[in-house]
Design a binder for this molecule. Structure first.
Ligand code: HEC
Length: 106
């Protein structure tokens, strides 16, 4: 019984809203990794390509997340990214920050 309870608590902690998730976990959990690989451009540009385009400018990347700035990496393919920009826009600041840090670390 104890084990079951611990498992439930652990699951709740790792997926619950209040739990601080690191950028990489969020990136996978939100489905971003399905289109963005680390170093190879696939459906979406790779994290390395995005990071290079933004040159460490986290403020600019956050503006894109919030829909305040136009895409600069591959604007012609933005249609695919658009629903995920809406998702990013609605995330709490700390999650947006964690994902931005994770992308720019490539
Ligand atoms: C269905 C595939 C798909 C998914 C899932 C996806 N993206 Fe994208 N993403 C793209 C495509 C295609 C582009 C290229 C268009 C563009 O530059 O906006 C892109 C571009 C980007 C860019 C570069 C924006 C720019 O300035 O051009 C960032 C940053 C980004 N995605 C982050 C994310 C994050 C974070 C998630 C998860 C919340 C995510 N993507 C999920 C397809 C996807």
């Amino acid at each position: 019984m104890k084990v079951v309870i611990s498992l439930i608590v652990l699951t709740f902690l790792s997926f619950g809203n209040g739990w601080a998730k690191d950028g990489e976990t969020l990136f996978k959990y939100k489905g971003c990794a399905g289109c963005h690989e680390k170093t190879k451009d696939s459906i979406g540009p790779s994290l390395a390509t995005i990071s290079k385009a933004y040159k460490g400018d986290k403020k600019a990347l956050l503006r894109f997340f919030r829909g305040e700035a136009k895409p600069i990496v591959k604007p012609e393919n933005f249609k695919l990214m658009e629903p995920f920009q809406s998702m990013l826009k609605n995330m709490p600041d700390k999650d947006q920050n964690a994902i931005a840090d994770y992308i720019l670390s490539h």
